[in-house]
Design a protein around this ligand. Sequence first.
Ligand code: SME
Length: 151
Amino acid sequence: MFDALRPQVASIIQNSNRTADEKLQAVCELLKETIPYYDWVGFYFKNGNKEELKLGPYAGAPTDHTIIPFGKGICGQVAVSNENFVVPDVKAQDNYIACSITVKSEIVVPLFVNGENIGQIDIDSNTTDPFTEEDERFLEYVNEKVAEILS
Ligand code: SME
């Protein structure tokens, strides 16, 4: 599945007829539609020079959490740790911001441009413990491709 998706992601990113936001939107939709346990897929980016994240393109249900302070929730923690955060069971997390009662697990992978953590891709799943290292490697690849158009 991921091997087939990589060239599709690359092709969306390289399509010169779309704006950066349109490309990110298309990537979110591709991942949500193709990977059965990806129920919400979105990008958050550092909001200017503020110590907070702002929601960017996403696919899935609208969320109230369009702004997330650094340190808060899984996303806010990744903004300061610079490391992938895999949450097999959100109920076991103290510092977690619930977006929907159907969500059981989450993965957040930071997005680096020129070595700087400028945002992240965030996946919510309605399945418990679905994520493996393959998801991490794949999402790192997605973020590397996205970084090419943001630098
Ligand atoms: N659950 C996230 C908040 C963002 S929503 O999943 C879209 C968190 O704890 O940071």
